[in-house]
Design a protein. Structure first.
Lengths: 196, 162
């Protein structure tokens, strides 16, 4: 199978990273991939402002995004029921590639994790994988996000696929700091009313 | 920790705008996209010096306030954030020595954040190493080209981390 060709033109990509320079490097890579609409923010408030002000097609977010981290932010986006970005693809950047961290990112509702430092090849392959391998979403009492039953069999070529549907659905328990529904509502409403 | 099964789960297909549009014809082939991305990263390289100077100045201020006993309670986390940014950006650009020293410093700061002893001398010696590595004559060196420095930092990390 030929490598899939990804077309990022006119897609709005939000890069959320506390470092202006790392954001610039990721922005540069995306421009090299053909992207022409990249937004940069430095914290969760910036993300929520971007999400309430316009349509964002995909978010590339740092795990350590201030003030509460990318995982809490992802959970907030996934849990907020009346949120048009609830199913938006989220690619989590982490400089901690331990299995526990990957699992936490997955259980928060991230589509995929990419390890820092990021190379153009790794970024291209993960974006391609997300684009060419849409996953079903799962909605339970404790989780909302992409189906976590999937396996990546190699990059590129988009050959990752979910395990058999015969397998029992695995639903992870909540772990780590999480925002209560009231906190999530407050975050979104504060942004809507212009308060930081 | 996982539960074996969730009988009340609702599972539904999602094909987002990103996925639909990214699959359009007219995309950039992988090899070309990666080549172009690397070229764009090269274009951003000259701005590294300015950013590095700012990052090191902030780091110096954090160390200074810690040594003076006036640091904010979360200064280790801030210092670790600076180190991670330094390590990751230097690694993307191929400045291996800076990436190595910053990574070594991250190990120390991770250890302190995990409850280990805060040894200011070990932090200060990493900062001095970063100041050296930022100089033009050292910038493009690899860690193995300065074995005394790298072995020394290894020893420091081994001694102070939990």
């Amino acid at each position: 199978m030929a490598d899939p060709e990804m077309n990022l033109r006119d897609l709005v990509i939000l890069v959320a990273d506390p470092s202006s320079y790392i954001s610039l490097l990721i922005h540069s890579m995306l421009r090299g991939f053909g992207s022409n609409k990249v937004l940069e923010v430095r914290n969760s408030v910036g993300v929520l402002q971007a999400l309430t002000g316009q349509r964002i097609d995909i978010m590339i977010c740092d795990l350590w995004l201030p003030p509460h981290g990318g995982l809490s932010l992802t959970r907030a986006i996934r849990r907020k029921v009346d949120n048009e970005h609830r199913t938006m693809p989220i690619l989590m950047m982490s400089n901690d590639a331990r299995e526990t961290t990957i699992k936490r990112a997955r259980d928060a509702g991230s589509n995929m994790v990419i390890a820092k430092p990021i190379s153009p090849a790794a970024l291209y392959d993960r974006l391609t994988w997300i684009a060419f391998n849409p996953r079903k979403f799962v909605d339970t009492e404790t989780y909302f996000g992409p189906d976590r039953r999937f396996k990546i069999e190699g990059y590129p070529g988009g050959v990752g696929r979910r395990k058999s549907d015969q397998e029992a659905l695995q639903v992870a328990e909540e772990s780590g700091p999480a925002l209560a529904q009231n906190d999530i509502d407050s975050l979104f409403s504060a942004v809507r009313t212009g308060q930081d | 920790m996982t539960k074996p099964e969730s009988p009340d789960a609702r599972i539904f297909p999602v094909d987002t705008r990103f996925q639909k549009m990214a699959r359009r014809k007219g995309g950039v082939p992988r090899d070309k996209a990666i080549r172009e991305a690397q070229a764009k990263v090269e274009e951003a390289k000259p701005q590294f010096d300015e950013w590095l100077d700012g990052a090191l100045a902030e780091f110096a201020a954090l160390i200074g306030s810690a040594q003076a006993g006036t640091a904010e309670p979360g200064w280790i986390a801030d210092a670790n954030s600076h180190s991670r940014q330094l390590r990751d950006s230097a690694a993307i650009l191929g400045f291996e020595l800076i990436a190595f020293i910053a990574g070594s410093l991250c190990e120390i700061l991770d250890s302190i954040e995990a409850g280990g002893e805060c040894n200011m001398a070990s932090i200060a010696c990493h900062f001095d190493a970063l100041m050296l590595a930022r100089k033009a004559g050292y910038r493009h060196l690899r860690p193995e080209q300065v074995p005394e420095l790298t072995k020394g930092l290894h020893r420091v990390v081994k001694r102070v981390t939990v």
